[in-house]
Design a protein around this ligand. Structure first.
Ligand code: GAL
Length: 633
C-alpha cells in the first residue's frame, strides 16, 4: 500500500472564496487526505434541530473535486452553547466537585446519557447525509478522548451510572463488601445507592473502590464511542477512526479500538518532551527541537496494535505548538523525519496539523503548514519532500517484530490508586522497558494483556501487570523465548488485594515476593556486577534459578529459562545491560545505539533516524542532524 500524507483543515475558519485555492495548494503539496468538521457543531446545527449543512456540502465538494479524500469528523468534542442550556447537567465535575464550564472544548460528561444520545443523533444524521458521499472516505469520531483530563467526572450522572454498574458487576452488596474488604474501617454498604464516587474522602478512598470507578469511567468512554460507531456503520463502509493521544492511560484503548477500524494518534514530539515526559535537564536540552527519540515509536507501536494493524497519524506537529510551557521550533528536517518514522512503523497516513495557522482564538500561536498570512511555513516544503519520497519508495511493509511489550490499562488504574511509591506509574515503567528494547535496535510489538500467542517473539516483557490474564499466563507457560515479567507483575487479585498464594504465580518457576520496597529518587539497590534498581524493589524467595543478584546477594532476576521475574525497576543503563544479556542468550542482535540514533526494520528496508542535533555515524554512513536514511535489507 502506498503511504499518504494529509492535513487538518477548518473550512469554517476561512472565507469560502479561499477554499478552492487552499485545496489546489494542498494537492500541489502532494497531500492526499484532508480532515475536516470535528469542531464544527455550532455551524452544523446553530440551534437545536436546525441544520445548516450547505457550507459543509460545499466544502466537501470543493476539496473532493480538487482530488482530495475527506476524513469527516463528528463534532462531539465541542457541543455548542445551546446544548449546555438544554442539558445543564452535562458538564463534567472535577474531583473537587466543581462543574467545568463552557468556553473551550470537551465540556461534557461521558456518563451523561442525554448528551450521549445527542452525539449518537448527530452522528446518525451525518452518516445519513455523507455516508455515501464519494469524497468522504474516512470518519473520525469525536476528538482526543481524555484531552484536558476529561475521562473522570464526579457528577450526579456519573454517580448514578456508577451505582448501576456496581450492581451489575457485584450483584449484591455483600459480594461487593467482601471483594473490596469493606470490613476494614467499617466501610460496609447495605445498598448500592449508598455508594458514592471516590472523591473528597477524608483520607484515601479504598483502592478497589477507586479501581472500580476507573473501570466504570473507561467503560463510559467505550460506550460513548460505540454509540457513534454503531450509528455511522448503518450508512458508511468507510473506516471509522479515533485520534488517540500520547501517554493517556485513563481509558482502555484496546476496548475502544475493538469498535473501530483504524487507530490514529496525534503526535506532538516537541510539546511532549517539554510537557509530558520525564528526562534530565541535559536530555531535554539535547532533544528540545526534535522530541524524545522513543516516544513517537512507542505510540506508533501501541496504536498499530490498538488498530489491529491499521495505524494513522491524524495530527503531526508542523512547528511550534501553543500548549507546552515552552514552545521551540523543530529543527529543520524533523517534520520529515517524524513522517518517515511513522511510515516505518506501519502508519498508512500522516496528516499534519494544521493547514494554516489561525490568527484568532486559543491556538493562534500554533504553527501550521502555512503562516496566518498564507505564506509557506517551514514544514510545507518538508511535507512536499516526503510526498516526493513516497513516490520513490512506495511500499515498505511491516516486518515481524522480535520483541514484545505487554501493556495493560487496568494496571495503570490500579497503581494510580495504590502507587506505594511516589514515582511508580504504569506509563513510566512500560516506557522505560520499551526504550531499553529500542536502544538495542529491536523491532517491538505492543500487546494487550490478554495476548494468547507469543510464539512469534524471542523476547517478551510484561512489567507492572497487576494480574496475569489466563491467556497470557498460558502463553507465557508455553513460551520458547525469554519472558521478563515484573516488577509488580501478578501481585494482585482482580480486586486489587494480595492473592493467596502470594504472587507472582508463574508456571514452572518457584518465585514468591516476600517483601516490597519503594525508594525515593536518590536511593537505589545496587546490583552485583554493576547497575541498580530505582523506585522499586521486591524481595524474592523460592527455589527457582537466580540469574542476577543484588550487590547484597538477593535475587534480582529469578525464574526458569523461559520465564523470569524482574524484582525491581532498572535504571536505563541497567535495563540496557539486562536486554543485551537476554538478546545474547536468545541469539538476537542487540545494538547499542548512540543517543538519538534509532533504527526500525520494515519488510524491505532498514530505516535509520537521527534525532540528534549533530551528524552521527551509522555503520560508516554519516546521518545528518534530523536526518533519515534507509537501506534495503
Ligand atoms: C490536539 C487537538 C487539536 C489541537 C492540537 C494542538 O490535541 O486534537 O485540536 O488542539 O492538539 O496541538
Amino acid at each position: 500500500m502506498k503511504r499518504t500524507l494529509g492535513v487538518c483543515y477548518y473550512p469554517e475558519h476561512w472565507p469560502e472564496d479561499q477554499w478552492t485555492s487552499d485545496a489546489a495548494q494542498m494537492v500541489a503539496t502532494g497531500l492526499t487526505w484532508v480532515r475536516i468538521g470535528e469542531f464544527g457543531w455550532s455551524r452544523m446545527e446553530p440551534t437545536p434541530g436546525n441544520f445548516t449543512w450547505d457550507w459543509l456540502d460545499r466544502a466537501i465538494a470543493v476539496l473532493g473535486d480538487a482530488g482530495l479524500k475527506v476524513i469527516l469528523g463528528t463534532p462531539t468534542a465541542t457541543p455548542p452553547r445551546w446544548m449546555v442550556d438544554k442539558h445543564p447537567d452535562m458538564l463534567a465535575v472535577d474531583a473537587e466537585d466543581r462543574p467545568r464550564k463552557f468556553g473551550s472544548r470537551r465540556h461534557y460528561d461521558f456518563s451523561h446519557l442525554g448528551y450521549r444520545e445527542e452525539c449518537r443523533r448527530i452522528a446518525e444524521i451525518m452518516g445519513q447525509r455523507y455516508g455515501k458521499n464519494p469524497h468522504v472516505l474516512a470518519w473520525q469520531i469525536d476528538n482526543e478522548y481524555d484531552c484536558h483530563d476529561t475521562t473522570l467526572s464526579y457528577s450526579d450522572a456519573a454517580r448514578t451510572g456508577f451505582q448501576d454498574w456496581l450492581a451489575q458487576r457485584y450483584q449484591s452488596c455483600d459480594a461487593l463488601n467482601r471483594a473490596w474488604g469493606n470490613v476494614f474501617w467499617s466501610m460496609e454498604y447495605d445498598s448500592f445507592d449508598q455508594i458514592d464516587l471516590p472523591n473528597l474522602t477524608v483520607t484515601e478512598p479504598n483502592h478497589p473502590h477507586q479501581l472500580a470507578f476507573r473501570r466504570y469511567s473507561s467503560d463510559q468512554v467505550v460506550a460513548f464511542n460505540k454509540a457513534q460507531a454503531d450509528a455511522l456503520r448503518k450508512y458508511t463502509s468507510a473506516p471509522l477512526i479515533h485520534n488517540y493521544m500520547g501517554r493517556i492511560m485513563t481509558f482502555d484503548h484496546w476496548k475502544v479500538g475493538a469498535d473501530l477500524d483504524v487507530a490514529s494518534w496525534d503526535s506532538y514530539p516537541i510539546g511532549f518532551l517539554s510537557d509530558r515526559l520525564e528526562g534530565t535537564p541535559a536530555f531535554k536540552q539535547a532533544f528540545l527541537r526534535q522530541g524524545h527519540p522513543d516516544n513517537q515509536a512507542f505510540h506508533h507501536d501501541l496504536y498499530r496494535a490498538v488498530g489491529k494493524t491499521r495505524l494513522w497519524v491524524m495530527e503531526q506537529q508542523p512547528g511550534p505548538v501553543n500548549w507546552a510551557p515552552y514552545n521551540p521550533a523543530p529543527l529543520p528536517g524533523m517534520a520529515r523525519l517524524w513522517a518517515w518514522e511513522a511510515f516505518a512503523h506501519g502508519a498508512e497516513t500522516v496528516c499534519y496539523f494544521r493547514w494554516r495557522q489561525a490568527p484568532f482564538a486559543q491556538e493562534q500561536m500554533h504553527a501550521g503548514l502555512l503562516r496566518p498570512d498564507s505564506a509557506p511555513a517551514p514544514a510545507l516544503a518538508e511535507a512536499r519532500k516526503v510526498a516526493d519520497e513516497i513516490e520513490t519508495l512506495a511500499e515498505v511493509g511491516t516486518a515481524q517484530a522480535q520483541a514484545a511489550l505487554v501493556l495493560d490499562y487496568e494496571s495503570a488504574w490500579a497503581w494510580d490508586a495504590q502507587p506505594q511509591g511516589a514515582d511508580f506509574e504504569m506509563f513510566r515503567l512500560a516506557f522505560a522497558a520499551y526504550c531499553a528494547m529500542r536502544r538495542a535496535g529491536l523491532n517491538i510489538d505492543i500487546l494487550p494483556p490478554d495476548a494468547g500467542d507469543l510464539s512469534a517473539y524471542k523476547l517478551v516483557m510484561a512489567p507492572g501487570i497487576m494480574k496475569l490474564s489466563d491467556p497470557l499466563r498460558q502463553a507465557l507457560a508455553a513460551f520458547k523465548g525469554i519472558a521478563l515479567v515484573g516488577p509488580r507483575t501478578d501481585t494482585k487479585t482482580d480486586e486489587l488485594s494480595i492473592p493467596s498464594p502470594l504472587g507472582p504465580n508463574l508456571s514452572g518457576a518457584d518465585v514468591t515476593i516476600s517483601l516490597t520496597e519503594s525508594m525515593p529518587p536518590d536511593d537505589a539497590v545496587p546490583l552485583q556486577g554493576g547497575g541498580q534498581f530505582v523506585h522499586w524493589f521486591e524481595h524474592l524467595e523460592g527455589d527457582a534459578e537466580v540469574f542476577v543478584t543484588t550487590a547484597s546477594g538477593q535475587p534480582a532476576v529469578m525464574g526458569s529459562a523461559n520465564l523470569r521475574y524482574l524484582a525491581g525497576w532498572p535504571d536505563p543503563a541497567t535495563f540496557d545491560q539486562i536486554i543485551a544479556d537476554v538478546c545474547t542468550e536468545s541469539s538476537l542482535t542487540a545494538h547499542s545505539l548512540p543517543d538519538g540514533l534509532r533504527i526500525r526494520d520494515t519488510a524491505t528496508h532498514r530505516f535509520v533516524f537521527n534525532y540528534a542535533d549533530h551528524p552521527q555515524d551509522w555503520q560508516g554512513t554519516e546521518i545528518p542532524a534530523a536526518g533519515v536514511h534507509w537501506e534495503t535489507l
